[in-house]
Design a protein around this ligand. Structure first.
Ligand code: NAI
Length: 252
């Protein structure tokens, strides 16, 4: 039976992914701030140390895949930097050697379609350079660009890292998913106001039907975490109702 770690398992997209995998008969280890097999705060660098051991205790000693969903969009710019980028990357880096022992190891990162929105280049650079202190400082200066910047950095990290020999050569296939607007606790405040809805509507010109539900994203995450995903490396798949097509057009 495959064992999958899902971060952000108590929330919308991670919760739906965990539920689907459990329904499919897989062993899911959830990690979240609460209501999870492993309760941990990925924003806290001190808590990140020792997390692998705690995860292995909960998983029974092995891990076949990780689906990294935990993330925040809030007024707390430090938290966005710490969870969306550093917590996610630190955990995946630490778990890679464990994953490599599986016969079909997979890692899936949830970025965002916001990855293609305007960013702060210095903040993205600080993230990719691994400088969390500087990244937190830069983030406080341009709060409006922080969410997209953390997700851009994460998407780039996926592309840069996936081809490293420790990942692709070792059979650990790393890919990302960039959802558009999904109805979860994260987006509820925005979707409940006309102003917030118009902000999102402007950013997703083709998504006229409705926003996605977490269950629309979960099957894609489950596939990327499965042995059936055999020929994808470093892709960031936009599940966004067409936002990426409209914005980037021919740029492929
Ligand atoms: P959510 O708020 O429903 O769930 C996020 C989960 O992550 C929560 O259970 C929360 O407790 C957990 N989490 C937050 N901070 C944490 C920390 N420091 N340590 C451990 N766990 C922590 O949000 P949602 O919408 O399900 O988001 C999941 C992922 O999808 C996030 O990375 C988000 O940025 C991304 N995303 C969401 C979109 C949306 O429209 N909802 C669109 C694109 C990306």
């Amino acid at each position: 039976k495959r064992t999958i770690l899902v971060t952000g398992s108590a929330g919308g997209i991670g919760g739906a992914a965990a539920a689907q995998l459990r329904a499919d008969g897989l062993h899911v280890v959830g990690l979240d701030l609460r209501e999870a097999e492993v309760t941990a705060n990925l924003a806290d660098p001190a808590e990140r140390d020792g997390l692998v051991d705690r995860i292995l205790v909960a998983s029974g000693g092995s891990l076949d895949a990780v689906i990294a969903c935990a993330g925040v969009a809030s007024a707390d710019t430090s938290a966005m930097v710490a969870v969306n980028y550093f917590g996610t990357v630190a955990l995946l880096d630490a778990l890679r050697p464990i994953l490599a022992r599986s016969n079909a190891p997979r890692a899936v990162v949830v970025t965002s379609s916001a990855t293609i929105l305007p960013i702060s280049p210095p903040l993205v650079a600080a993230c990719l350079a691994g400088d969390e202190t500087q990244a937190r400082e830069l983030a406080s200066m341009e709060p409006g660009l922080v969410y997209a910047s953390t997700k851009r950095a994460l998407s780039r990290w996926v592309r840069r890292t996936s081809a490293h020999h420790e990942w692709a050569d070792a059979g650990v296939l790393l890919n990302g998913v960039a959802p558009g607007t999904v109805r979860t606790a994260m987006t509820a405040p925005l979707l409940s106001s006309a102003e917030g809805r118009s902000l999102l509507a402007e950013a997703t010109p083709i998504a006229t039907a409705d926003y996605a539900s977490p269950e629309d994203i979960a099957p894609l995450l489950a596939f990327l975490a499965s042995p059936q995903c055999r020929y994808l490396v470093g892709q960031v798949l936009f599940a966004d109702g067409g936002k990426d097509v409209i914005r980037r057009g021919d740029d492929i």
